[in-house]
Design a protein around this ligand. Structure first.
Ligand SMILES: Nc1ncnc2c1ncn2[C@@H]1O[C@H](C[S@+](CC[C@H]([NH3+])C(=O)[O-])CC(=O)[O-])[C@@H](O)[C@H]1O
Length: 324
């Protein structure tokens, strides 16, 4: 068995309008997971192979900290060893996860974002595409909220390996993280009920092209959930930061909410509405034992939480939803 194993995904897709995907995905995934392409991949695969074979006594994906197994399933020595193994995949950015009593306290309180969104969505029975899904945290939460199948894509292999490690314990559930970019997917022919793009649009040089690519994956009555950085301002306001934004390279476009809604309508979506606008705080994004690098507290102007170190407005994120 390869790690991660996508055979169950390919079988599930064969019964959907995406039945042509498995053949196309198989070869792309093989290329993406070729150890020659990433210096750490063999070491990570070795850690995956050495993980203990424990089946969790229970799994609860509805909890803010998805609970996988109980603390009494591991001795303290076994727990310490597992912590060391999981830290081979550092930095852990998206979570938290509660694994056999280990609290994977990740850089982001991703549960906060999920709680801002989940009540506005009906995911029951839905086939979902999550673009830029990281280690699959939201995919498991989507299953917890009744989704039928979640196909996540993320080209960062470290996050794909985190997904593989967690999957060892969570078991073969219908949440997948493919080591691919949105652009690598076979052409969209409306195979998904809901498409998420969270934290990706500001990294795209051409936001309208990104929206068009996302829309192409939506089927009849489909819904796009778009989350991105925004600035204050009227229609047509967009911040195009010169150099870095909050120390991040490759930040191209930070629109106002009105501009973002306009882009969504321009892309052909209807009933476009904003369900949340929230400043990101240093309680939501911060260094932890599981992500020891610099984080938001280091990216803000000292003494002024309203500005980034470069003098830009500090991060505020919006969630905008539109229907096909
Ligand atoms: N072309 C691409 N196609 C797909 N994924 C990409 C691409 N380029 C980068 N990524 C991936 O998009 C993710 C962006 S993070 C959002 C995670 C989650 N959605 C969150 O909302 O917390 C940013 C943030 O922290 O907000 C990273 O995991 C990249 O590897």
């Amino acid at each position: 068995m390869s790690d991660p194993d996508y055979e169950a995904l390919y079988s599930a897709l064969a019964k959907t309008p995406l039945s042509h995907w498995p053949n196309r995905l198989r070869s792309k995934v093989e290329v993406a997971l070729d150890p020659a392409r990433h210096g750490n991949l063999r070491a990570w695969q070795t850690v995956l192979g050495d993980l203990p074979g424990i089946t969790p006594s229970s799994v609860d994906l509805t909890a803010d900290c998805p609970r996988i197994g109980d603390s009494n399933q591991l001795s303290s020595e076994e727990r310490e060893r597992l912590v060391g193994q999981l830290k081979a995949f550092h930095p852990w950015r998206k979570g938290p996860f509660c694994l056999f009593g280990i609290h994977l306290d990740t850089e982001w309180r991703s549960d906060w974002k999920w709680n801002r969104l989940r009540d506005t969505l009906d995911l029951k029975g839905k086939r979902i595409l999550d673009v830029g899904c990281g280690n699959g945290y939201y995919g498991w939460r989507m299953l917890g909220d009744g989704a039928d199948l979640v196909v996540g894509v993320d080209p960062t292999l470290r996050f794909v390996m985190q997904y593989a490690a967690l999957t060892r314990f969570v078991g073969p559930l219908a949440n997948y993280v493919l080591p691919l970019r949105l652009e690598d997917l076979p052409e969209g022919n409306g195979g998904f009920d809901t498409v998420f793009s969270m934290g990706v649009l500001y990294h795209r040089r051409n936001p309208l092209e990104h929206l068009a690519q996302l829309k192409a994956h939506l089927g009849k009555d489909g819904q796009l959930v778009l989350e991105t950085l925004v600035i204050e301002g009227e229609t047509n306001s967009v911040l195009v930061p010169e150099g870095r934004y909050a120390k991040m390279r490759n930040v191209w476009n930070i629109p106002s909410v009105a501009t973002l809604e306009g882009w969504m309508r321009e892309a052909g979506l209807r009933d476009v509405h904003t369900v949340d606008v929230t400043p990101t705080t240093v309680e939501e994004q911060r260094p932890t034992e599981w992500m020891t690098f610099h984080s938001l507290p280091h990216f803000l102007e000292p003494g002024n939480p309203k500005r980034t170190v470069e003098g830009h407005p500090a991060p505020v994120r919006a969630v905008v939803i539109g229907d096909l």
